[in-house]
Design a protein around this ligand. Structure first.
Ligand code: ATP
Length: 237
């Protein structure tokens, strides 16, 4: 489970996140959406432990910067940065050893196969295309089977096969009780995935809705997004 309590992040005079609280339950897929500059990346980087912030963030019951939290957390950034001089397979070996995983090889092989990277296993990080880097980042983050997984714009740059496969993987994670947080502008790309959406604007969460709540009003995520962020429906835009 991911728990964010009173997250506040200031960059000098800009309050990028202003006292944000939310959680993503086990077996729940939450979408983090919002217009440019709303504060999504700041929240994502804070959760990933890459920024100093005020407030508290827990991965299960562990503060996010602790080793116990990091063991349970997988992060797939929008722009992954593989090691130039490690091969694809060596990246997975690195994760397998760092996390002291047992039997990681068969799982690594399966992940590479699903992301169509098997024949790229010996390619160096610096030789990978943007999409291949993204696929490798997904394989590395998911190898330890983390209980909380966070994606930043996961579908931009992936080919149609990888998009389909990743969607299946997200649904499998949800079925296995993983908490999944996806930050995205591509609202239609996550239609069949999400359980809860968090809409940010001006550094705060301005709406939090379950899929059932939205469906009961006959709306969709895009309608809600425009209504909340611009006070319009998508048909009016
Ligand atoms: P986008 O959808 O455009 O990626 P976002 O929702 O991810 O936007 P953030 O990148 O979190 O938004 O930015 C939130 C606010 O914080 C904005 O006003 C932005 O200008 C500001 N900001 C972000 N990073 C920095 C930084 N390193 N220094 C100063 N201000 C920053």
């Amino acid at each position: 489970m991911l728990t964010v309590k009173h997250l506040t992040k200031k960059y000098k005079k800009t309050i990028a996140n202003n006292n944000i609280s939310f959680s993503v339950q086990n077996g729940e897929v939450a979408i983090l959406a919002g217009p440019n500059g709303a504060g999504k990346s700041t929240a994502i980087k804070s959760i990933a432990g890459l920024l100093r912030f005020e407030g508290e963030i827990f991965i299960d019951k562990y503060p996010n910067k602790t080793v116990e939290a990091k063991k349970r957390f997988g992060y797939i950034p929008e722009f992954p940065t593989p090691f130039d001089m490690l091969t694809v397979y060596e990246h997975l070996e690195f994760v397998g050893r760092a996390y002291r995983l047992t039997d990681w090889q068969s799982r690594a092989d399966k992940l590479l196969e699903r992301m169509e990277l098997t024949d790229k296993a010996k390619k160096l990080g610096k030789e990978l295309s943007k999409g291949m880097q993204q696929k490798l980042s997904i394989c590395c983050a998911l190898l330890p089977q983390p209980g909380v997984v966070m994606f930043d714009e996961p579908f931009i740059g992936l080919d149609p096969h990888a998009i389909k496969e990743l969607k299946e993987m997200i649904l499998e994670m949800r079925a296995n009780g993983t908490s999944v947080l996806i930050s995205t502008h591509m609202l239609d790309s996550v239609n069949e995935l999400w359980d809860k959406c968090l809409i940010m604007k001006d550094g705060v969460i301005v709406a939090e809705r379950s899929k059932t709540e939205i469906e009961s009003t006959g709306e969709n995520l895009e309608d809600l997004f425009f209504k909340i962020t611009e006070n319009k429906t998508s048909a009016e835009v």
